[in-house]
Design a protein around this ligand. Structure first.
Ligand code: ADP
Ligand code: MG
Length: 209
């Protein structure tokens, strides 16, 4: 995972998220306060605008700068969570590098752990973690086993789809949806949907390389 890839991924994620605007927005209107897509759009725009500033930097510094910028630009609950994801990923990449799939999986797992500890949340609480945790666990396990790369990417996309689907029948115990109790049942979590779109996009981009 080099700087060129990270910057290409940012552009691809921006395009993919904009294509899902209506869907993500309506999910947050149903069980949140309707600002999730606005928060995410502001975050991704500010990162793609940093392209020239980031292009000459090492990948760990790129991830760190992305995290710091997202911390200060995305509002809501998701800003600090997504910001800390990138900052923890950056620390891991700085120490271990990110030249192999197990190395990237370790950095991803560090990012997911940061979201868990910052948000005091676990799987099963109807949040983005219901997508991120199963993806991370499979990524770590299959990359350690030397699973063929494109098969691995397909498994990760499937994990993201399944994780997202599990949020539909959950009651939320974190975030704004927690106040809805049983009324949250029947709706997918918006943050989980955003993460599913991002994971698909990055897996597809990786498969093309
Ligand atoms: P806010 O809830 O402050 O309006 P956003 O609308 O930007 O923030 O983001 C909402 C999303 O954040 C939710 O759909 C959920 O996935 C995620 N989220 C909320 N609280 C937590 C938490 N404690 N841990 C992990 N994710 C969370
Ligand atoms: Mg919101």
């Amino acid at each position: 995972m080099d700087t060129v890839f990270i910057l290409r991924a940012a552009t691809a994620v921006k395009t993919a998220l904009l294509a899902h605007e209506a869907e993500i927005e309506s999910l947050d209107r149903a069980i949140g306060d309707g600002d999730h897509f606005i928060n995410i759009r502001r975050g991704i725009a500010v990162i793609t605008d940093m392209h020239d500033e980031l292009a000459a930097l090492e990948p760990d510094l790129v991830l760190q700068k992305i995290g710091m910028k997202l911390l200060s630009t995305i509002g809501g609950a998701s800003g600090p969570l997504i910001g800390s994801f990138f900052i923890s990923m950056a620390k891991c990449v700085k120490v271990q590098g990110a030249d192999t799939l197990p190395g990237i999986a370790a950095a991803f797992a560090a990012g997911v752990d940061a979201i868990k500890s910052r948000g005091h949340a676990e799987v099963g609480e109807k949040t983005m973690l219901d997508v991120l945790v199963p993806v991370s666990l499979s990524f770590t396990r299959l990359s350690a086993e030397g699973f063929e790369r494109n098969d691995l990417l397909n498994v990760l996309k499937r994990e993201a789809d399944q994780g997202l689907a599990t949020t539909r029948d959950m009651i939320a115990s974190k975030g704004r949806a927690a106040s809805l109790g049983e009324r949250a049942i029947g709706h997918l979590d918006p943050g989980a949907k955003t993460c599913q779109v991002i994971i698909h996009t990055i897996c597809d981009l990786t498969a093309e390389n």
